[in-house]
Design a binder for this molecule. Structure first.
Ligand SMILES: CC[C@H](C(=O)O)C(=O)SCCNC(=O)CCNC(=O)[C@H](O)C(C)(C)COP(=O)(O)OP(=O)(O)OC[C@H]1O[C@@H](n2cnc3c(N)ncnc32)[C@H](O)[C@@H]1OP(=O)(O)O
Ligand SMILES: [Co+2]
Length: 134
């Protein structure tokens, strides 16, 4: 069901500093910052040859990454995003198998303008999983 790895996301306390680390120390191409108030985060994407790294900073009062950063103040790997061809079919199959789809279970539009859903980390080997329809 899952296809390519779309991105690995890293939650950070300071997006500007994290972007500078990837640009200067690692010599990577880093996008401009994009605020996503519907998702409670500001993001930049690090473009690699074979995938992307998404750097996430909390935005607003109820950011879903706030408690993660409280537990990991220096930041850390937050989620992994896999591409799927049909997100509703993927969701229905996962739910039928007992996996917990987060939020209201309906896809939202993600940072790439495509539908995304999140799956509970406790159901996927301790890793928060994002699905993106491509
Ligand atoms: C969509 C825009 C962009 C894109 O790519 O297009 C994004 O990626 S936005 C990314 C930010 N959005 C989300 O993360 C949405 C989904 N996330 C959530 O709904 C919550 O963050 C949730 C439910 C994963 C965690 O909620 P909360 O922080 O309130 O923590 P809990 O105490 O309920 O956590 C329960 C349990 O899970 C462990 N946990 C939490 N987050 C993670 C994580 N990222 N990776 C691994 N494990 C995680 C947490 O430690 C708790 O474990 P316990 O053993 O009970 O301590
Ligand atoms: Co993501």
């Amino acid at each position: 069901m899952i296809g390519r790895l779309n991105h690995v996301a890293i939650a950070v306390p300071d997006l500007e500093k994290a972007a500078a680390v990837y640009r200067a120390a690692l010599g990577a191409a880093v996008s401009d910052a994009m605020a996503l108030p519907d998702h409670g985060v500001t993001v930049v994407f690090v473009e690699l040859d074979n995938t992307k790294v998404e750097l996430l900073e909390p935005l607003g009062e109820n950011s879903p990454i706030a408690s993660y950063l409280e537990k990991n103040p220096a930041g850390g790997m937050h989620h992994i995003c896999y591409e799927v061809p049909d997100i509703l079919a993927a969701r229905d199959r996962l739910k039928a198998d007992g996996a917990r789809v987060l939020g209201d279970g309906e896809p939202k539009i993600g940072a790439h303008g495509k539908p995304v859903l999140f799956l509970h980390p406790k159901d996927f080997c301790g890793t928060l999983v994002e699905l993106e329809q491509v």
